[in-house]
Unconditional design. Structure first.
Length: 80
């Protein structure tokens, strides 16, 4: 089920996975379980990242108002 899929079979491979998830409640629960574990891994990664010295600017940005942050990031994204 997992591994390398030939490029000509990618669409049918994903389609069969989708049909399998929708057709079997057990398979869907397994997928949700893996998804929840992955979400936990991501949250722990970001919490570890925020505690590192080189990412302290993110904590400072969180203290500013949401409107100011939005306008700053909007200007940065579209005018640079």
């Amino acid at each position: 089920m997992f591994g390398v899929v030939e490029s000509s079979q990618v669409v049918s491979y994903h389609q069969s996975l989708i049909y399998g998830m929708l057709g079997s409640p057990i398979f869907m629960l397994v997928i949700f379980g893996f998804w929840l574990l992955y979400q936990l891994k991501v949250v722990l990664f970001f919490l570890r990242l925020l505690n590192q010295e080189e990412y302290q600017f993110l904590n400072v940005l969180a203290l500013r108002s949401g409107t100011l942050n939005f306008l700053s990031f909007f200007g940065l994204a579209f005018f640079t």
